[in-house]
Write a protein that binds this ligand. Sequence first.
Ligand code: ADP
Ligand code: 5GP
Length: 187
Amino acid sequence: MGKNAGKLVIISGPSGTGKGTVIKEILKQRPEFKFSVSSTTRKPRPGEVDGVAYYFISHNQFNEMIENEEFLEHAQFVGEHYGTPTKPIQECLDAGQTVILDIEVQGAKQVMSKDVGSINIFLIAPSMEELENRLRGRGTDSEEKLIARLERARKELEEKIHYDYVVVNDTATRAAEEILSIIEGKE
Ligand code: ADP
Ligand code: 5GP
């Protein structure tokens, strides 16, 4: 991936923090930014469109993509696989576009270790209690999966020291503005 014309922005942080919500707000304000659509073995939630939220693929397809080295990074999260296809990102960066990745911490570490000059942002909820409220409020996980996501969140929070910026998602509009000023302050 080497030197790029466009900016690669990693937004990471525990599940339920509000990454998807804040990224939507950023894209509303900057429709020219590109969201990197990941591939996942997770089943779609109601309303999630294939090719928009994710490419929803089988375990076999996922393994094939790994074998063909199609991923910039990939990781396992609460029993499912998630990965970032390299090609579309490379094309956007070559065209000078800003690309946003919504990825968990293991994958973020892989991208950071490649030293591609990414802007690395860790988004957190104001508290663990609020994180749990948000996950429960979203209502997309079984109790078992929800507990697994919260356990993972506690471990992921320890990873924030590896990031260039930590942003608190108190309100989505404020957090989006802070992230935009980080991205646009970095030339
Ligand atoms: P993530 O992508 O990090 O898993 P989501 O964007 O799906 O998180 O947000 C998790 C839940 O929290 C959703 O129900 C969302 O509406 C809610 N949420 C997101 N940001 C905020 C916020 N700033 N204040 C209150 N609720 C929020
Ligand atoms: P969800 O199932 O809630 O959509 O996502 C679960 C976690 O996987 C989130 O923390 C999200 O950021 C992360 N994720 C989504 N796509 C990718 C990806 O391509 N790679 C990695 N490593 N994590 C991803």
